[in-house]
Write a protein that binds this ligand. Structure first.
Ligand code: ZN
Length: 143
């Protein structure tokens, strides 16, 4: 089978690791006029995630990720690298095809199977060591 390039869709969000998502959301809403679109605790990943979008456009969101348990990957990330940019997420039409295309191209996936993300999505992460040190998330919206 020919290796096909994965053609991703819109940039969906940029994930940011923070100690205090509420405080950071307040800062961004009160200084840049971002609006809270979604606020959810994803126990599977041990995080509280707050999604913020611009009031004036449909551009990509930012996703504030606050660890809610010590075993959260975000706890470890902040200990190692400090708060800040954590990952970028692109939308795909079909997450399973997305995973298999990347794997066929030799990309190491953290998730070989889709898992449930926040805000009605299925997601999968590609390993940063395969992606020039950037953690890439693919997301498929489900309704
Ligand atoms: Zn994300």
């Amino acid at each position: 089978m020919k290796n096909e390039i994965l053609k991703v869709g819109d940039l969906y969000h940029i994930g940011i690791a923070v100690q205090d998502s509420e405080k950071t959301a307040k800062l961004y809403t009160e200084t840049m006029g971002l609006r809270i679109e979604h606020d959810e605790v994803v126990m599977d990943q041990g995080v509280r995630a707050i999604m913020l979008v611009p009031q004036k456009s449909k551009s990509a969101a930012i996703e504030l990720l606050e660890p809610v348990i010590p075993e959260s990957p975000i706890t470890k990330y902040i200990e190692k690298k400090g708060e800040g940019m954590h990952h970028i997420c692109y939308l795909v039409d079909d997450i399973k095809i997305g995973i298999s295309h990347l794997k066929n191209m030799g990309i190491e996936m953290i998730d070989n199977e889709p898992r449930v993300g926040l805000n009605n999505t299925l997601v999968a992460f590609a390993h940063p060591k395969s992606m020039n040190s950037v953690l890439i998330e693919l997301a498929q919206k489900i309704t």
